[in-house]
Ligand binder design. Structure first.
Ligand SMILES: Cc1cc2nc3c(=O)[nH]c(=O)nc-3n(C[C@H](O)[C@H](O)[C@H](O)COP(=O)(O)OP(=O)(O)OC[C@H]3O[C@@H](n4cnc5c(N)ncnc54)[C@H](O)[C@@H]3O)c2cc1C
Length: 371
């Protein structure tokens, strides 16, 4: 029986599996998802105080739709032999969907091992456990990008936050349009900014900054820099500066290999590439998975057609900033923005236990946020 192997159990992997199962129908096609975790981790919620709540058992999604789950981490992809090796398993494939996500690039500096992060469930649990029950916490957050700002907003509920950013502005990759609103929210929260500055040491719980400042902190949280899974390097194909594989409009890398989510550099429209976000990983999964199945079953392939780009940046007690379009024009702030954020965070939870519901949602590639 032909086999699709999907590597990764995040947004891209899970939706690849569900959407491939939807195209499979009654055909003979084995679909295997390989990922080390028993649970799908909803990474966008990892800055919250109870990260454990932002996980979903993979068995409750995959079992109802007839997808097998191999719990292992893939170490090797052999494109020529069409097989992957994962913790003693060797799985041959007819089509492969690489959906192994991204990871934080940790710095090489004194005390690096003491840094906290919210990149993985383990990292987020470690930070949450460290802070639980403490009052008047002093935190240093390194990186004022999307993740750094969300962590800052949350930690500002707990006490003093010093936000460190190498660029001369906050949200350097978010563009100019939302910056005044971000600055206003940070002012409201009393967040101290050290711009044009970086962390040089975290040893002994003291954040030493490149401007000479030293801050004794309860937690130093590193959020700067994300790179695609190193598995991308095992596919002989061009990669972008984030390590993402170049894909065509069907999300095919080459031959039998497709890629989706944070490992794929896909065009979102004529002028823009997809960003590493669950917003794009989900429709990418809903494109790569069915295309892998369709390719094997002799059916037409579909194009990657994401919904219009939006962002919603949570800033703790200051609410959230909802923006529309690639220029990130602010559409809602404060409590109104937070209402939409809650709606989005609720929507990213996949349905469980109900094959019909899972497969129906898997068919909705274009699924805009209605605000
Ligand atoms: C704190 C934070 C806040 C965020 N906020 C937002 C937001 O508001 N909106 C938004 O759209 N995006 C947000 N993101 C980004 C979003 O979480 C990612 O872009 C998204 O999770 C990418 O989905 P993915 O499926 O490609 O990868 P992931 O969700 O990272 O999933 C990757 C999967 O691959 C598995 N895997 C990794 N290596 C291997 C291996 N060797 N073998 C097998 N399996 C492997 C992992 O265990 C995991 O199951 C945020 C991220 C963070 C960390």
């Amino acid at each position: 029986m032909p086999r699709i192997v999907i590597v990764g159990g995040g947004f891209a992997g899970v939706w690849s599996a569900a959407a491939a199962a939807r195209v499979r129908g009654p055909a003979d096609l084995r679909i295997t998802l390989i990922s080390p975790n028993e649970r799908m981790v909803l990474r966008p919620r990892m800055y919250e105080p109870e990260p454990e709540r932002a996980t979903v058992p993979l068995s409750r999604i995959l079992e109802p739709i007839g997808v097998e789950h191999v719990r292992a981490a893939v170490e090797e992809i052999d494109v020529a032999a069409r097989l992957v090796r994962a913790g003693g398993h060797v799985a041959g494939y007819d089509r492969l969907v690489l959906a192994a996500g991204s990871r934080l690039v940790r710095p090489d500096l004194p005390g690096a091992e003491e840094l906290y992060d919210v990149d993985t469930l383990d990292g987020a649990n470690r930070l949450a456990a460290h802070l639980r029950g403490r009052e008047s916490v002093t935190s240093v957050v390194v990186g004022a990008g999307f993740t750094g700002l969300e962590v800052t907003g949350e930690l500002a509920r707990r006490g003093r936050v010093v936000l460190v950013e190498r660029a001369g502005v906050v949200g350097p990759d978010l563009g100019e349009a939302p910056r005044p609103a971000i600055e206003a929210a940070l002012d409201e929260l009393g967040v101290e900014r050290r711009l044009g500055t970086t962390l040089v040491s975290a040893a002994g719980g003291v954040a030493e900054l490149s401007d000479g400042t030293r801050v004794t902190a309860d937690a130093i949280v590193w959020t700067a820099g994300l790179e695609a899974s190193p598995l991308t390097a095992q596919i002989p194909a061009p990669r972008d500066r984030l390590g993402r594989l170049a894909v065509d409009r069907h999300l095919r890398v080459r031959g039998a290999v497709f890629a989706a989510g944070d490992v794929a550099a896909a065009r979102a429209d004529a002028g823009h590439y997809a960003v590493q976000s669950c917003q794009h990983a989900t429709p990418m999964g809903k494109t790569a998975g069915p295309n892998a199945a369709a390719d094997l079953l002799g059916l037409p392939l579909i194009d990657f057609t994401p919904a219009p780009y939006v962002t919603d940046l949570a800033l703790g007690a200051a609410g959230a900033l909802y923006t529309r379009g690639w220029d990130r024009v602010v559409a809602r702030t404060g409590a109104e923005g937070m209402e939409i954020k809650r709606w989005i965070m609720n929507r990213i939870h996949p349905p469980v236990d109900d094959a019909e519901q899972i497969l129906a949602l898997a068919g909705k590639v274009y699924n805009p946020v209605p605000f």
